[in-house]
Write a protein that binds this ligand. Sequence first.
Ligand code: NZQ
Ligand code: ZN
Length: 383
Amino acid sequence: MLNFTFHNPTKIFFGENQIAAIAKQIPADAKVLVTYGGGSIKANGVYDQVSSALKDHQWSEFSGIEPNPQFDTLMKAVAQIKEQGITYLLAVGGGSVVDGTKFIAAAARFEGEQPWDILAQHAKVTDAVPMACVLTLPATGSESNTGAVITRGTTKLAFMSPHVQPLFAVLDPKVTLSLSERQVANGVIDAFVHTMEQYLTFPVNAKVQDRFSEGLLLNLIEEGPKVLATPDDMEVRSNIMWSATMALNGLIGSGVPQDWSTHMIGHELTGQYGIDHARTLAIVLPAVMKVQREQKRGKLVQYAQRVWNIVDGTEDEIIDQAIAKTEAFFKAMGMPIRLSDADLDAASIDVLVAQLEEHGMTTLGEHGDMTLDVSRKVLEAAL
Ligand code: NZQ
Ligand code: ZN
């Protein structure tokens, strides 16, 4: 196991009707800005629950944070914070609203020249407006981690800072009932791939992390098809929601090598072609498993045996079956698994590789050996 420091300070309120808990968590004298997206929270009653919990607080709102939140939109909220003297941010929505609010929190207190430098130049974030969230879409893990992914035009970049980790997160599985089937499936696959990016590298004998990861993968494989077949089952919803949080709250990634190449290549697919985040991952991950087979051999065999119970055959046969099972699971969840499933052909590969180069994504993977040539091979394997 590698050395690590693990600290996750986000307080979680999990379960039905927990939105009321925000009343006591936000300081009484705070000037709160509630941020949200395109209005789903007005249709499903979440906005009303938040309003009623904040009845004794002074608060205003900022709406219109879009999926794959755009820098220009977020900078409007930064202006509002400065104008109104906002001291606390409450994000109410999915990963995009939470990520967008993290950026707003950091940009409002940024002392450098251009807040975009936080993403493009890795400018250090030294302060941020305190923030918390009410999560409405289980997927990204953003509700209890330090990361955010922000888009400007076709460029999609990430930053991380402990200053933007939510102080608390409300996870009420009931509010996920209004999600479309597509968003529910996206969430399951995003959480699955987060787990894989921290698990499918090379063995370092980190038994706790490995067994936790395998548990999360098994849960998602089990509960994913169930949530599509019986969407009103609250127990299934609860297990998916908690799996997604645990998949990217720092726990399973502590003390192990991490990959993230699937995400970085996936971000280019979203930036260029607007494909949903999770759907890009379903296209890229199987191809990474094929192209990086030798680097990942030990963990691929472990994954095959422990997650899919595949024991018969040579090592290569076992790995082939595990990749096929992964693809079948993605397909059963309604995902595209090839570029062609998303109506893209070989012509897209040059574009995507050029974007990877422009964004400095030239040494991806757990060994840093995924050069642009290797990423090209991955995209070719995904055709
Ligand atoms: O805008 P509204 O009206 O809220 O509608 C949203 C949006 O259209 C809707 N939605 C959310 N909750 C709902 C709901 N509709 C009905 N009922 C509800 N309860 O769902 C749509 C998609 O929402 P979005 O927030 O974009 O989805 P998701 O949570 O999958 O977030 C994706 C974003 O997170 C980033 C992705 O890159 C992408 O930008 N990620 C962030 C990570 C992190 N911070 O750690 C890690 C991830 O890998 C990911 O990259
Ligand atoms: Zn993701």
